[in-house]
Design a protein around this ligand. Sequence first.
Ligand code: ATP
Length: 316
Amino acid sequence: MTTPTLVARGVRKRYGDTQALDGLDLEIAPGAIHALLGPNGAGKTTAVNVFATLTRHDEGEVTVAGHDVRRSPRQVRAAIGLVGQATAVDDKLFGRENLVLFGRLHGLSKAAARQRAGEQLDAFGLAEAADRKVSTYSGGMRRRLDIAASLMTRPRLLFLDEPTTGLDPRGRNEVWEMVRRSAAAGTTVLLTTQYLDEADQLADRITILGAGRVIAEGTSAQLKGNIGGDRVIVTARTPADLARMAEVLGGQADPEQLRLVVEGGTTDRAADLISAVRELDAAGIEVDDILVRRPTLDEVFLHFTEPSAESAGAKR
Ligand code: ATP
């Protein structure tokens, strides 16, 4: 069995009256992309800060790359890279200079820093922009340079805090591609994000946090499977039809989009679709469109976080 790159067991952290982490357990396999999702205040940032030795936890055990974060913080720091919300690169410097500087600050020789910077610029499509000032970069390029900087030291574990916040769709795709390639090259990634599609796109496993502990964990498919069968989506022609459909089939109506979302009653998607069509036909309701699809990660997120969001509120 391979040793996990990160192991957290029963981690607790309190700030005054707030129990930010309340018995967090987490394991991340080497080379995996693991997403940490959760509503505001769930404890994502606190967890990353504990794992990255920036915050001391009160109780529990955390090891990163085999080192205990409390007993061996220096070894942990040498094994990780951290890309936060604010960019770490300097606007006034060229892209290449930024990487070389970062490498030098982390103990690489001049020659090693230059060589590694060149490799990183090539690997992540920044070679052409290498000798331009960062102030001329797009948001996506800047973010990629930021990630490239944190990869200069070949960290075993890279923490990415909401890596695509504020980027346009093209920038997001570029960053996603970069994260995938880094993981394929052997870097384990812990990604915190509010974007469910980001976790869906990138993560091998997803942990949903609520009120400082794990409320659900698995692959995207497993989490979706946990919340029941497929969804039958019916589009109505008129608001009156939509209301009648909801009476016949149940489910959740979205009057704005004239759509009804019905949770499939069986594990057989074709049977769910056919029975919905039959019931609508028997009731004499015409539909504009009908389809069956798997639950989205948004639905998973709402399903798991709603009850614990209430208990989190009660705690404060
Ligand atoms: P967000 O998505 O908003 O960043 P989060 O999941 O990262 O949220 P944390 O920032 O870890 O959540 O916060 C968890 C809880 O701990 C919150 O209730 C927050 O107010 C509280 N908290 C975090 N840091 C501190 C601090 N330094 N002092 C006091 N309370 C804190």
